[in-house]
Design a protein around this ligand. Sequence first.
Ligand code: AP5
Ligand code: MG
Length: 215
Amino acid sequence: MNIILLGPPGSGKGTQAMRLVGEFDMTQLSTGDMLRSARKSTTGVGQRVAAVMDRGDLVTDEIVISLIEERLSDDLKGGAIFDGFPRTLAQADALGALLDRMGQRLDRVIEIKVDDEALVRRVTGRFTCAQCGEVYHDETRKPVVAGVCDVCGGSDFSRRADDNEVSFRTRLLAYYRDTAPLIGYYHAHRKLVPVDGLAPIGEIQEEIASILRRS
Ligand code: AP5
Ligand code: MG
C-alpha cells in the first residue's frame, strides 16, 4: 500500500507517519528529513538547500523528485508513506509516473486539516529527539520524564532552524500557493480522504489506521 500524508506545516504528518510505520510495516519517506540530511554536506548544493529551507521556501522539484526516485528504487516491502511529498503539481505528476513504471499504485491521500493559528503554536513549540527522531511539543507532547526521550531514552533534543514565526509564515504561504491545489487534484483522482487534525494524536492515528484497513 502507498499513501500520501498531505497537510500544512505542523499539521502532524511526521507524527502520524512514525506511528503508522510501527503499525503497518510501511516505510516513511519524508523529503524534509532527506533534505535536512543532505544539507549537512558542505557542498554548494547542500548549502543552497539549507538557505532555501531556513527561509521557508520550497526546494526545486528536480532535487526532491530525484531524492524520492532514489528511495523508491529500494524494495519498500509494506509500501511507502509519503510525508511532505508531493508538494507541487509537477511533483504529483512525477510520483504518478514513477509508481506506474514500478507497476504500483497510490492507494490513499490523507488530508490532515488544521487551523492556521493552531499550526503556528505547534511549530514554534516543537522539539525532536536527536537520536531517534521522536517528535515532542513544549505543551502538548512532553516526554513522560523531563529531558528523557520516551522511545529511546536519549537525552539530546533539537529544534529546527525553520521553526520560527517568520519562516513559518513563508512555509504556510508556499503551502497555500503550491501544495493546496493538490487537494483538488487528488479529489478528482478519487484518492482524497480528509481527517480532523485538531483531534488528539492517538485519535487521528486510529482514524487513519481504520481508513487504511478499509483500503
Ligand atoms: P518538512 O520537514 O516536510 O516540513 P513541513 O511540511 O513544514 O511540515 P513539518 O515537518 O513542519 O510538520 P508536520 O506536519 O510533520 O508536523 P509534526 O508531526 O512535526 O519540510 C521542511 C522544508 O523542506 C520545507 O519548508 C521545504 O523547504 C523543504 N521541502 C520538504 N519537502 C519538500 C518538497 N516535497 N518540495 C520542495 N521542498 C520541500 O507536528 C508538529 C508539532 O505539532 C509537534 O510538536 C507535534 O508534537 C505537534 N502535534 C502533532 N499532532 C498533534 C495533535 N494532533 N495535537 C496537538 N499537537 C500535535
Ligand atoms: Mg514533518
